[in-house]
Design a protein around this ligand. Structure first.
Ligand SMILES: NC(=O)c1ccc[n+]([C@@H]2O[C@H](COP(=O)([O-])OP(=O)(O)OC[C@H]3O[C@@H](n4cnc5c(N)ncnc54)[C@H](O)[C@@H]3O)[C@@H](O)[C@H]2O)c1
Length: 237
């Protein structure tokens, strides 16, 4: 068995046009998978807002029809509303929870029948170090959503273990993308981040993608229900 090969596998990556998602698409393709991207802006022929259940259902049906099935799902689409909780509107709260948590449930639910049909599969969710900590800057809806991701991962792992569908998550620390531009563009905030980074370096996009590939691959076939930190030591304190 080739431990890290995804030859013949079909993967869906949500939010795969940018940042961590795009790096993951590249690495899964290098490992041999055929990859479909569900993105807001049309990418590879798909334009799917993952917060809309009918659109998600139809997109999985299309992937299964065109590629022959679905083996892997990377629930990566995400957003943030960084502001003090006292200033956060319920609408902003809901927008974050809809993408970061509810869409993850919806995509997983609609991937499940196709994975079951193939005799198994692998789902990897994007949690965050914020799923295990209150964070460094006010971002309550994001931290709450990522805490939810950690436990949704455990719950689905247990429900679907009998179908040989593994459900895991990764928990990155700060990585330079559009999402974190408000942190990386502010030297004072970046200094605070580095004070909480024991290794003294933050991960590159490919280092998050590598952990995702590992969890998708046959090398991790006995791993389910975990959230793997890629955190340069953040959570060790
Ligand atoms: N960058 C970090 O430091 C960091 C750290 C921990 C976790 N994460 C998580 O990693 C994931 C990717 O983050 P990133 O930093 O690469 O962000 P990013 O903003 O670079 O990319 C997110 C992508 O998701 C897409 N997206 C947003 N809403 C969508 C929707 N409703 N339907 C379809 N696509 C949608 C966006 O168009 C974008 O391409 C997120 O879940 C994020 O919370 C990021």
């Amino acid at each position: 068995m080739h431990l890290f090969s995804l030859d013949g596998k079909v993967a869906v990556v949500t939010g795969g046009a940018n940042g961590i998602g795009a790096a993951t698409v590249r690495l899964l393709e290098e490992a041999g998978a055929k990859v479909a991207v569900f993105e807001l802006e049309e990418t590879q022929g798909f334009s799917v807002d993952v917060t809309g259940e009918p659109a998600v259902r139809d997109a999985f049906a299309r992937v299964a029809k065109e590629a022959g099935g679905v083996d892997i799902l990377v629930n990566n689409a995400g957003r943030a509303a960084r502001k003090p909780a006292t200033e956060l509107t319920v609408e902003e709260w809901n927008e974050v929870l809809d993408v970061n948590l509810t869409a993850m449930f919806v995509c997983s639910k609609h991937a499940h029948p196709y994975m079951k049909k193939r005799g198994g599969g692998s789902i990897v969710n994007l949690a965050s170090i914020m799923g295990f900590s209150g964070g460094l800057f006010p971002n309550a809806s994001y931290q709450a959503s990522k805490g939810g991701v950690v436990n949704l991962t455990r719950a689905l792992a247990l429900e679907w273990a009998a179908d040989d569908i593994r459900v895991n998550a990764v928990a990155p620390t700060y990585v330079r993308t559009e999402l974190t531009a408000p942190i990386f563009s502010r030297p004072d905030r970046l200094k605070t981040v580095m004070e909480h980074t024991p290794l003294g370096r933050l991960p590159e996009l490919e280092e998050i993608a590598a952990a995702i590939l590992y969890l998708c691959s046959p090398a991790a076939r006995c791993i389910t229900g975990i959230t793997l930190p890629i955190d340069s030591g953040y959570l060790a304190r």
